[in-house]
Write a protein that binds this ligand. Structure first.
Ligand code: UN1
Length: 517
C-alpha cells in the first residue's frame, strides 16, 4: 500500500472531504452490541467548537459483561488454528485499507493529527496486522520438537494466556490500538481493549471492522472510559491473563501495582512508556542534514510521539551554525488546521496538555535561554495549540520529566566531554530513542553502544519506526520490551506448554497431535 502516492491524488482528498462533517456515534462494544451509557460530546482539539461525535463510556455492567464474554470465548479462540486467526487479521488489514479515508479523517478530526500522520497511522495499523499474522503462524503453526529420552516424544507448544487487556494512547489512536489488539489476538488471546478516552471513536470503528473481518464478537471487547474507572476495573480483575499498555511511565507503574495486588495468577505487563530522547551531534556532521532531522524529530506530530527528540546535544564547534540554520528552518513550519495537507504542526491533544506545556515553556525560558518560539497564526486560539519552541539549557537534569509536545532543549558540549554527555543521557533512567549525527563512523558506533536505549538512529531522524524494520520499544523507565513490530513481540503474549509422552506405552505409534485436537 503506497499511501504517499494516494495522498497526491485528488480523488483521495475528495474521499477525505466526505467525512469532514460526519458526526459519529460510538460506545462500548460488548459481545458485538453497542451499549449506551453516560455520553460525552467529542470535539476536535483543532477547534473545540467542532463536534466529532458522541461517545458513551462503559459502565460497571458493560465491564462485567465484556470480561465474562471474553473469558467464556477464550478456550475456543485459543484452540482455533493459528491460520484461521491469521487470516482474520489479514482480512482486517484489507478492511482498514478499504476504509482508510474515514480512518484518516478521524485521526485528523478526533486526534488533531496531520493528514500525513493519518496516512502513516493507517499504514502502520495495516502493517501490524499483517506482520503479527505472519509471525504467529511461524511461531505457533507447529509444536517445536525437542530432544527427549529414548522412547519419548517431547514437544513444546505456544498458546494464548487468556484475556489480554490492551490499553492504548491517544497519540497513535489507530496504529498502537490495533497493534496491541492484533498481537494479542494472533497469539490466541481474547481481548478487552480500552482506548484513550480522548480518541475512542477511531478505535470503535477499528473494532467494528475487526468484527466484520471475522474476529468473533466475544473475542474482542471494546470498553471506552477513563483510566480511573474502566482501566482500574479491568486491570484488577482476577480473570485476565495479561496487560499490554502504552502510555505514561506513571500509569505503567500504577498498573504494575494493581496486578501485584490481585489475589490470582501472576501475569505479565508489557509496557511501552515515555522517553527523554536525545540526539548527539558532533563537529563532523553536516548542519543542513542535522537541522532537517532535528526539526522533523522534534516538531512534527506537535512533538507528541514518545520517540520524539527532546534534548539536542551539539558539539560547541558546530553549535552556532546548526542553531542558525535551525531557527530559519523552524520559521518554515506551517502551523494550523491539520486537515490542510500543507500543515506540519497541528494542535496538542487537549486543554490540560496545552496548559502543562505552556507552563513548562514559561519555566524553562527562565532557567535557560530562549532560542526561538514561533508565533501562533490567527485561528489557532480556537484549539489547543502550543508554539514550537527551542530553548538552550545547561544540563538535562533541569528537565526532571518528559515534556510531550513541540519543545526542543539544546545543550552545548565540548569534544573532551563526550563521556559526560553519555552519562548524562543515561542518568535520566529513560531509554527509548537516540539520534546520532557524525561522519566519523567509529565515533557514532561508540556512542550508539554506550547509551542505553531501545532504538538508535544514525545520520537520520529518530521518529517513525517501521514495523518489522525498526521494532520499537525501550528499556528502564521507557518500558519492559519486547519491541512492538519485532520478531520477539508475540513471545510475551503466549505461554509455553511442553508435552512429554512416553510413546512406548502405546506401542510407539503416537502421532503428533496439537493440544487443541
Ligand atoms: C509512540 O509515540 O508511542 O517511531 C510510539 C515512532 C512510532 C512509534 C511511536 N512508530 O515514532
Amino acid at each position: 500500500l503506497n499511501m504517499n502516492i494516494i495522498s497526491e491524488s485528488e480523488p483521495f482528498f475528495a474521499a477525505l472531504d466526505k467525512f469532514k462533517d460526519t458526526n459519529w456515534s460510538a460506545g462500548p462494544l460488548v459481545n458485538g452490541e453497542l451499549l449506551t451509557g453516560e455520553t460525552h460530546e467529542v470535539v476536535s482539539p483543532f477547534d473545540t467548537s467542532k463536534v466529532v461525535g458522541k461517545l458513551a463510556f462503559a459502565n460497571n455492567q458493560a465491564i462485567e459483561q465484556a470480561l465474562s464474554g471474553a473469558d467464556a470465548a477464550f478456550s475456543s479462540w485459543c484452540n482455533t488454528p493459528v491460520e484461521t486467526r491469521a487470516n482474520a487479521l489479514q482480512k482486517l488489514a484489507d478492511l482498514l485499507e478499504e476504509n482508510r479515508e474515514e480512518l484518516i479523517a478521524l485521526c485528523t478530526r478526533e486526534a488533531g493529527k496531520s493528514i500525513q500522520d493519518g496516512i502513516d497511522e493507517v499504514r502502520e495499523a495495516v502493517d501490524f496486522c499483517r506482520y503479527y499474522a505472519v509471525q504467529a503462524k511461524k511461531m505457533m503453526a507447529q509444536p517445536e520438537l525437542l530432544p527427549g529420552p529414548t522412547g519419548e516424544l517431547n514437544e513444546l507448544f505456544l498458546q494464548g494466556r487468556g484475556i489480554f487487556v490492551c490499553i492504548s494512547p491517544w497519540n497513535f489512536p489507530l496504529a498502537i490500538f490495533i497493534g496491541q489488539v492484533a498481537a494479542a489476538l494472533a497469539a490466541g488471546n481474547t481481548v478487552v481493549a480500552k482506548p484513550a478516552e480522548q480518541t475512542s471513536i477511531v478505535g470503535f470503528r477499528a473494532v467494528q471492522l475487526a468484527h466484520q473481518a471475522g474476529i468473533p464478537k466475544e473475542v474482542l471487547q471494546f470498553l471506552p472510559g477513563t483510566g480511573a474507572t474502566v482501566g482500574a476495573a479491568i486491570t484488577s480483575d482476577e480473570r485476565i491473563g495479561g496487560v499490554c499498555f502504552t502510555g505514561s511511565t506513571g500509569t505503567a507503574k500504577l498498573i504494575n501495582r494493581t496486578l501485584a495486588n490481585r489475589e490470582g495468577a501472576i501475569i505479565p505487563l508489557i509496557a511501552e512508556t515515555g522517553g527523554q530522547n536525545a540526539m548527539v551531534v558532533d563537529s563532523t556532521s553536516q548542519p543542513e542534514q542535522v537541522v532537517n532531522d532535528v526539526v522533523s524529530s522534534s516538531f512534527t506530530s506537535a512533538g507528541q510521539r514518545c520517540s520524539a527528540l527532546r534534548v539536542l546535544f551539539l558539539q560547541e564547534d558546530i553549535a552556532d551554525r546548526v542553531l542558525d540554520v535551525m531557527q530559519g528552518a523552524m520559521e518554515e513550519l506551517s502551523i494550523g488546521d491539520p486537515s490542510f495537507v500543507k500543515t506540519d504542526v497541528g494542535p496538542v491533544i487537549d486543554a490540560t496538555a496545552q496548559a502543562n506545556l505552556n507552563a513548562h515553556i514559561d519555566h524553562i525560558k527562565q532557567v535557560g535561554t530562549l532560542l526561538k518560539q514561533l508565533e501562533l497564526p490567527a485561528g489557532t486560539e480556537k484549539g489547543h495549540f502550543v508554539a514550537p519552541t527551542a530553548v538552550e539549557i545547561d544540563s538535562i537534569k533541569v528537565l526532571e520529566k518528559e515534556h510531550f509536545g513541540p519543545i526542543l532543549h539544546v545543550i552545548r558540549y565540548k569534544a573532551a566531554d563526550l563521556n559526560k554527555v553519555i552519562d548524562e543521557i543515561n542518568s535520566t533512567g529513560f531509554g527509548l530513542t537516540l539520534g546520532i549525527h557524525s561522519r566519523n563512523e567509529g565515533h557514532a558506533l561508540e556512542v550508539a553502544a554506550k547509551v542505553n536505549v531501545g532504538n538508535v538512529y544514525i545520520n537520520r531522524n529518530q521518529i517513525g519506526a517501521v514495523v518489522g524494520v525498526q521494532p520499537f520499544g525501550g528499556q528502564g523507565l521507557s518500558g519492559t520490551g519486547p519491541k512492538a513490530g519485532g520478531p520477539h513481540y508475540l513471545t510475551r503474549f503466549v505461554t509455553e506448554k511442553t508435552r512429554t509422552n512416553n510413546i512406548t506405552a502405546i506401542g510407539g505409534n503416537a502421532t503428533l497431535l496439537s493440544l487443541g485436537d
